[in-house]
Design a protein around this ligand. Sequence first.
Ligand SMILES: Nc1ncnc2c1ncn2[C@@H]1O[C@H](COP(=O)(O)OP(=O)(O)OP(=O)(O)O)[C@@H](O)[C@H]1O
Ligand SMILES: [Mg+2]
Length: 334
Amino acid sequence: MTAPLLAPALELRGIGRTFRLREKGGLFARYTDHVAVRDVDLVLPRNAILGLVGESGSGKTTTGMMALRLLEPTTGRILVDGQDITALDPAALKPFRRRMQVVFQDSYSAIDPMMTLAQVVAEPLHIHGQGSRAGQTEAALAMLERVGLDRRYGSRYAHELSGGQRQRVAIARALILRPQVLVADEPTSALDVSVKAQIINLLMDLQAEMGLSILFISHDLSVVRSLTDRVAVMWNGRVVEEAPTEAIFTDARHPYTRSLLEAIPVLNPRLRRARSFPTRAEIEAQTPRLPAIPGLAAGATPQLVAEGDRRYEAIVGGVVGGIGGAATPEATIP
Ligand SMILES: Nc1ncnc2c1ncn2[C@@H]1O[C@H](COP(=O)(O)OP(=O)(O)OP(=O)(O)O)[C@@H](O)[C@H]1O
Ligand SMILES: [Mg+2]
């Protein structure tokens, strides 16, 4: 199969994940299925940063892990560069693994405390058999320098570093193979404000320099606004809205997106107002109602609809005038 010329760096099509949970108590094992992610379509363009936001438990990490095939999806397909990697066995997957890397919030736990930082950063080159030992060490030292750590750090150990320095090492290790795709899952949420800004700037520079595509998972909406090109909003395991970043922040269509944005702490006390987060029922009641759209089935279940370069969940056809109902999305939000 030949890939289309300009396929996105990463594409998720109808991806889903159900966890089978064992119920407590009882003589016989009973299981319930928990749908963590349901039917998610996402496109991570080349050389771009896509934000993934949503409350805790909405399915962001599960989605990111499936994109990397570090967690097997229950449904759907994963395409890297237009090539379907969903069913590849470990050997066939290996070249793709090189092209997709991850940085976590707590990368410290992934760093071997017995290895020098040069060894930590060089290890992926070693695993993938790239270059001589000396070449690998030299590349690691150069990469440490690139992320803002002096070459002398190469002979140090992770426990000697601050949290921000450890994230720099994690980024160096993730980028040493020159991947195309980086999944950054809350990479700055354990850091204090000034260090956070430095790491964000570093990620932005590296993204531009290496033409990286980044899936940036974060609770920090101000960071998401400054860093990303597009934002996908997850709620209850679904993407309820996806749009260019400015459209999300200034002109959101979905009630969940709006309530998420309103929850950003407001520093000016005069602007701060008492508010409670809407319930699930309230958000469902406020889901935009659209008149019938040619080619889309009408129904009471929300579905993703496209409007220009944005997509959002709406109830299509036949229910205009229902709860919260009006024909235009704006009119459904009080
Ligand atoms: N290994 C697992 N077994 C069972 N349930 C899981 C597992 N991993 C995740 N879940 C469940 O899947 C849902 C989504 O979890 P996920 O970690 O993807 O959320 P998240 O959006 O990353 O949250 P956070 O912002 O807190 O990191 C949650 O309900 C979670 O409890
Ligand atoms: Mg998470």
